[in-house]
Write a protein that binds this ligand. Structure first.
Ligand code: 6PG
Length: 247
């Protein structure tokens, strides 16, 4: 029997987390190579994305990737110092930036030192407005070329955490999330995340099977299920997470 069709987007299933990471890195490299001008990648935190960033830092891709014209931003960040092991920017630095020739000015970290969470969100929004070249998002001119997102067991994505007021934010592009996690988070909101040419959700392991099944079935009661990207939606899952969707 052929596998069911996702309610939104397309699913690609890989045998293992390692093959998913390699294919995800190649996917990004292909998109970047085919693009013209500035290429903007929106990074996520989490363990699955980390493997993909490491997979980008291999000799073949290091050589091919247009590092000079690629900019990196973060879909969410924990409000901790930049060298804290919980910092998403720290993770990306270890996995990718320390190994790839990314111009330092092309890495846009969420400020977390010497500012309040509210100021950090405002400052980061200004960075995004600068990158976009305007403060009104136009559907056919996305803010990001590729947005990578993880999904938690509770259906959160980026730091769009169930029950938090940020889920209703339609004006700001970036907002602080003061509750729901041990530390304050700074997250992009739906309007910003949706302004992507491609959103790629990354899920691996059996623990993600139930939430992935709900999302692919069209469950829009959890934060990840409410996202409606203007461009493509892709689900990259390993066999363990894909379950019945693997075919
Ligand atoms: C973070 C995130 C978060 C993450 C999911 C999935 O900073 O933690 O951006 O949304 O992507 O919790 O994380 P895993 O891939 O580690 O399960």
């Amino acid at each position: 029997m052929s596998p069911p069709t996702p309610a939104i987007g397309t699913i690609r299933v890989f045998d293992t987390p390692a093959t998913l990471a390699e294919s995800g890195a190649k996917f990004l490299c292909d998109r970047a190579e085919r693009s013209r001008g500035r290429f903007v990648v929106n990074l996520s935190g989490g363990s699955t994305p980390k493997r993909l960033y490491e997979a980008l830092a291999v000799p073949t891709l290091l050589k091919r990737f247009p590092w000079d014209r690629t900019h990196f931003v973060f879909g969410d960040e924990r409000f901790v110092p930049p060298d804290d092991p919980d910092s998403n920017a720290h993770m990306a630095t270890e996995a990718l930036f320390a190994r790839a020739p990314v111009p330092p000015d092309n890495i846009h970290r969420v400020p977390t030192v010497g500012v309040t969470p509210e100021q950090a969100a405002e400052e980061y929004q200004r960075t995004l407005v600068w990158l976009y070249g305007g403060d009104v998002l136009v559907p056919d001119r996305p803010l990001f070329d590729v947005t990578f997102l993880g999904v938690g067991d509770d259906g959160h994505t980026a730091s769009l955490i169930p029950g938090q007021p940020v889920l209703h934010e339609r004006t700001r592009w970036v907002a602080p999330v003061a509750h729901g996690r041990p530390e304050v988070r700074i997250t992009m909101t739906y309007p910003a995340l949706e302004s992507s040419r491609a959103v790629v959700f990354l899920l691996t392991g059996e623990g993600k099977r139930a939430i992935l099944d709900r999302l692919l079935s069209g469950d829009d009661t959890v934060p990840a299920g409410k996202l409606r990207p203007h461009g493509e939606t892709l689900w990259f899952a390993d066999r363990a997470a894909a379950g019945r969707w693997a075919g």
